[in-house]
Design a protein around this ligand. Structure first.
Ligand code: G3P
Ligand code: CA
Length: 275
């Protein structure tokens, strides 16, 4: 009998230790977000960059969503195609068929000449059910009235709007757009992006943000431990952008950030919060 009790006690102790370690590990885990895909290694906002993010073990990849002339959701960062394709002109003046003819890879390296501008739906279908999550940025939503509804529909059509879904996050620099999207998709976490020169962090702003946002994502240059602690007190997580040098990682972790948005997911290998 004594042996049985001692055995049960050891099992309980071991399980509780395992649980404490798991909780500690998850508490210290910092989310690794591949910015526009693993865009240090492949052309941004292309399938090559998203596949690379998966291969490199990132937790999420980030995408920029805009709208073509014929109302289709497409992934590209700038408001024109000039920098990242062989074309010229504004996204909103080109149909999806026109955008699809462009080479979205050669500007980065000739070996990527077959990369195309992906649609939002293509990417949801390709990575749905995959371990990797998607951080969706509504890019310049003021140029595309109704973009929030289109994004919400694409997610709902694929059952990606459920409360248990922790693999989709929506963010924007346009906070009215974030509020609108949160109303359409109340179960999906949302984030506010902050410009580096004006990271609104007064109590009134943080209180307002916390009513609809789960993430407060400022430029890496705004991060201090005081800012991170303050945002945490309002119940939001902090995932700064955009890390492009490995030495930028440790100071951000020491400040207590919850995730890091980086072009180089390997910079985060083996890193944990508050070392
Ligand atoms: O995810 C944050 C980051 O993408 C915001 O800046 O200009 O790269 O879209 P930008
Ligand atoms: Ca972005």
């Amino acid at each position: 009998m004594k042996k049985l009790i001692a055995g049960s006690l050891s099992i309980a102790l071991i399980s509780s230790f395992a649980m404490d370690s798991a909780q500690a590990a998850s508490k210290n885990k910092v989310t690794n977000v591949a910015h526009r895909g693993a865009s240090g290694y492949a052309p941004e906002n292309t399938i090559a960059a998203f596949d690379k993010a998966v291969q490199m073990g990132a937790d999420y990849f980030e995408i920029d969503v805009q709208v073509s002339k014929d109302g289709k959701l497409v992934l590209i960062h700038d408001n024109t195609v000039n920098r990242t394709t062989n074309g010229k002109g504004f996204i909103g003046t080109k149909t999806l068929a026109e955008l699809k003819q462009l080479d979205a890879g050669s500007w980065f390296n000739p070996s990527f000449q077959n990369e195309k501008i992906p649609t939002f739906e293509e990417v949801l279908d390709r990575y749905k059910g995959n371990k990797i999550g998607i951080l969706i940025e509504l890019k310049s939503p003021e140029l595309y009235p109704g973009v929030e509804e289109k994004v919400a529909k694409a997610l709902k059509d694929r059952n990606l709007d459920k409360p248990s879904n922790n693999k989709i996050i929506i963010q924007s620099f346009n906070h009215l757009s974030v509020q609108k999207s949160k109303q359409l998709l109340p179960n999906i976490p949302h984030g506010v992006l902050l410009y580096s020169k004006t990271p609104m962090s007064d109590d009134l702003s943080l209180k307002r943000f916390s009513q609809y946002a789960d993430y407060y994502n400022p430029s890496k240059s705004s991060i201090t431990k005081e800012l991170v602690d303050k945002v945490h007190r309002y119940g939001m997580k902090v995932e700064p952008y955009t890390v492009r040098k490995s030495e930028e990682v440790d100071p951000l972790l020491q400040a207590g950030v919850d995730g890091i948005i980086t072009d180089y997911p390997d910079f985060m290998y083996g890193k944990t919060k508050r070392k």
